[in-house]
Ligand binder design. Sequence first.
Ligand code: PMP
Length: 426
Amino acid sequence: MKDLHTRHQAVLPDWLALYYDEPIELTHGEGRHVWDAQGRRYLDFFGGILTTMTAHALPEVTKAVAEQAGRIIHSSTLYLNRTMVELAERVAALSGIPDARVFFTTSGTEANDAALLLATAHRGSNQILAMRNSYHGRSFSAVGITGNRSWSPTSLSPLQTLYVHGGVRTRGPYAALSDAEFTEACVADLRDMLGQTRGVAALIAEPIQGVGGFTSPPDGLYAAFREVLKEHGALWIADEVQTGWGRTGDHFWGWQAHAGSGPPDLLTFAKGIGNGMSIGGVVGRAEVMNCLDANSISTFGGSPVTMAAGLANLTYLLEHDLQGNARRVGGLLIERLRAICAHLPAVREVRGRGLMIGIELVRPGTDEASPDAAAAVLEAARESGLLIGKGGGHSTSVLRIAPPLTLTVAEAEEGAAILERALGEV
Ligand code: PMP
């Protein structure tokens, strides 16, 4: 019998790589820990790629899922569905968008697809502005707005996309600018783009770029963008798939770091809300959400079992103030990591917000990205029982840290100590 890694070729195309030289088969989880098939325990600093928002095997979520599965599992959009209505009401109220409507999907990709469908239909235009270095998913339209082109397996697209500056400024001509100068330069770039086009449907942006390496624009950048977009009637879509639900600590949504922007016209969410169950969705102004003229439904979006998980998970998150925990424990963790990395020549920057922290690696003594070092740190951390992620632009040289939001101070310290050793070895 071939091993599971070899058999994986049956389900993954060649262009999709697994993490680690010897990939891990996860068999169970609890709290902030997961176990592999060999019984090894790992502290999870990547939250199952940010999908495990609160904790692994959170009893409240497990119970809600089991109870709902025992009652009924069905496709949801043809009949009244209490769990979906209840979660939609809560998401709408939390979104900050007045008179909001919610449409549930099964993934972040599909949520962005739905947002693009709505924005293009509303504006009668298939022109979209997206950010350089962005990631928005894997469908035909989502890869067409993904500025991080190494994540786009095709250059074909149903959309006309133009990429603007603002998401990342770690290198290139913008690197030396102050926040105010950078914002001014990006606004000028946006104006220039809008001047070259007619009737742009929307700008889509991650408030903090996730796959792109946890890079934050200066606070207020999207407020400045919003003014310009409004002059042209273009919508703003905030992709909150990674930044939503309080992960960034100071804010419940990433867009809230941009005081004065007002809520986005459309906000997409996914990942953490289901704590691992497949939920995505778009929430937006009723006028935009109601612009489609067809019985366009999704069979599985909003299925009662995933909605039950989402409701239980959201309730836990709010009742335990996990946004506050992200701020407190994330603040301590980033401080500790900055202290560890201050004298390491291979670390270019430790950055982040709340429990969304990136460590960018370079070849010592240069400003050259070092994907090899990132891969080596990942392996070394795994050897010591810590799972982290990686990301970045064309070279994957940023370590990504995004643990479940219930992370304790002791666990943060334990993970930081493992990272200190792993970084030291590399
Ligand atoms: N948007 C962002 C910002 C993401 O990070 C991701 C996933 N990494 C997606 C969209 C796509 O979500 P999914 O993988 O659920 O399709």
